[in-house]
Design a binder for this molecule. Sequence first.
Ligand SMILES: Cc1cc2nc3c(=O)[nH]c(=O)nc-3n(C[C@H](O)[C@H](O)[C@H](O)COP(=O)(O)OP(=O)(O)OC[C@H]3O[C@@H](n4cnc5c(N)ncnc54)[C@H](O)[C@@H]3O)c2cc1C
Length: 467
Amino acid sequence: MMLRSVRYLRTTGSYIGQCKTFCSNAAANDATNSQKNEHFDIVIAGGGMVGTTMACSLARNAMLRDKKILLLEASPAKEYRLTSKYSNRVSALSEATISLMMEIDAWPLIEDARYCPVKKMQVWETSSEAVLNFNNPHMDDPIAYIVENDVLLGAVSKILTETNASVKYGTKIESCNLLDADEKPKVTLSSGEQISCSLLIGADGAGSQVRKAIGGKYLSWNYDYMGVVATLKFSEATSNVVAWQRFLPTGPIALLPLNDEMSSLVWSLPNDRAKQVLELSAESFVDAVNDAFWKQHKQEQVVVDTTRSLGRTLASILPFSTSSPGSQQLQPTVASVEEGSRAAFPLGFGHASYYARLGAVLIGDAAHRIHPLAGQGVNLGFGDVKCLAEILATSAQNGTPLGQLKPLLDYERQRQLHNLPLMLGVDGLHRLYTANNTVAALARGVGVTVVEALTPLKGFFAKYAAS
Ligand SMILES: Cc1cc2nc3c(=O)[nH]c(=O)nc-3n(C[C@H](O)[C@H](O)[C@H](O)COP(=O)(O)OP(=O)(O)OC[C@H]3O[C@@H](n4cnc5c(N)ncnc54)[C@H](O)[C@@H]3O)c2cc1C
């Protein structure tokens, strides 16, 4: 186990052939930790995208700069090296996330590495002709940015090396002890070492130890679905700035742009089918993806007629309607899949009834886990980071000791009010789109047609997702 009391080692811009190293905590100054039972003001459990960003936000905040902060991450330190090969794990980042990345100076590093703007999103399904188009009213402005998870994590890890925060990689938290008001929270590491703190922030993902210590109900279910990911190539380069999502009876399939000739696939499939598609030959896999995007499914006449006439009526009576029946742009055809890029991840829903307790608080997937169909999981986590950093800074300014319950409950209230409706909405969409009956098909077609026709309503959904 290594304590990285972090001295900034400049590695940005070091080129190795076509590769560019843009972050390296691994190369940071190591000092063996001989002290046992150390105390920190703030301990962050979990150095994923959300935990590492939290550490940066706190360590860079003028109100909290004097605090002793420690980030604990179970996996070993990693050197982030950008190669020409794209990672199969990417996230669609909202505008609010980009602002947060700018605030902590991580965005220039991401820009310098690589990202792809999304200027339009087209959503459609199999049982009607209804199409939903999202784009920015200022036509050319992106509605989201596709960034590889490792690029983001590399950028925030590098920013963290420029702060006074300490990081311990290869350090698993075995248990957390949140005692009564007189005692400080304690974490016990796999080495047996104990660390106490005034505030423990749980960013340790869906299986969070900190959440278990906080207690309360954890509302959760598995979808028995997996998210199949892969890096796909088109036969020719185009201006690839559209994210495509088609709802199939088996679950949604989405293409997120990476560059002019490549996109990243996120395909939700029942577990059995997901395992099957991972086993297919590369050619059969590409055929299956093209089939999923192009195959015509049997449509019930009542659904087609209802949504078609509703679309026409709305377009004629609403001055601000954007609905023009048959306005579906043609999706691209996939030519090949990058070797070794296929993988699958189990999908589930989870929400902690308590995000906070005296001396401890949850952020990111530790507090909430969501189906990836709306591309919101990590964006919700970054929203938590921003909200918690602001509340802790204000409390520090007011002289409130770290770990006091009231500010943590303010955070819990604000974030639950934001997160829960969105999470339940996304879960409802998953259920609606995998329901195989005429009533559900009608509800979907009518819903999509109305939202597409009503610019303000569409703007509301887009704004909510971007915040
Ligand atoms: C297929 C797929 C596609 C997705 N696409 C999107 C998207 O487009 N947009 C979006 O916003 N979201 C997306 N998501 C969701 C997003 O990936 C997650 O919300 C995000 O990764 C959660 O980040 P986190 O840092 O909270 O948790 P995690 O990534 O789970 O990180 C937790 C960290 O804690 C560490 N840890 C765990 N336990 C311990 C312990 N006991 N001790 C020490 N360390 C510990 C782990 O090693 C890990 O590094 C997608 C998810 C999937 C599955």
